[in-house]
Design a protein around this ligand. Sequence first.
Ligand SMILES: [Zn+2]
Length: 258
Amino acid sequence: MSAGPVAFPAQLVTLLRGSSRLVALTGAGVSQESGLRTFRDAHPSTGSGRAGLWSQHKPEDLASPEAFRRDPKLVWDWYAWRREAVKAVRPNPGHYALAEMEQHVPGFTLITQNVDGLHRMAGSQNVLELHGNIQRVRCAECYTFTEVWDDDTESVPRCRVCGGLLRPDVVWFGESLPRDQLEAAVEAARACEVFFSIGTSGVVQPAASLAFAAHNRGAVVVEINAEPTPLTQKADHVFHGRSGEILPRLVEAVWKIT
Ligand SMILES: [Zn+2]
């Protein structure tokens, strides 16, 4: 599968070596390389076992406030199933390369659209989670987070503070992104020298606009993705392929000089 060593432009290598403000935005492609299926993939038209069981539902029927109001137990069970799927996967070399990059760049911000928590598991520290984290559970009413709950086969567990229903701390269709995370992401994108867009289709807003914001402020934009995206034409450097192969080589080329 490997197309041999990736050649990185000397200009990019030099820039990264001297960079002190860097942003990396990651999307579903990065998680997919760990074997985690995307939202769409998790809904095969024909499936087997538990995956097949959920295939009769559209994403909007499982991941929206309306769905939760209509059938909280269905939504809770689906997320319980997805949480288990996430527990079965591990960070891939791309996740680890990003964690290592953070060690070399003083002002490093990782912005992710993924809810699986794999970046933190790989050692990344400064992580902004635009779509929440599937492993976190909070009250749907009073926002209190909880680490423990009574799993009941009949009903959705309730908040110990107010008695409200518990839900995953992820952003559903029709909900706005966590404001603190988004504001920090916009700020980092506007101030960075280099902006990486990795494994993201570049169509999910407002995340997609971050790359353009960085570009407009004069940052060098680097895209790493399996296929071209709306960002490709504006990017200064484009690498088509797997981030789990390209990122470790880039880190080696830039920071591991002998
Ligand atoms: Zn509550």
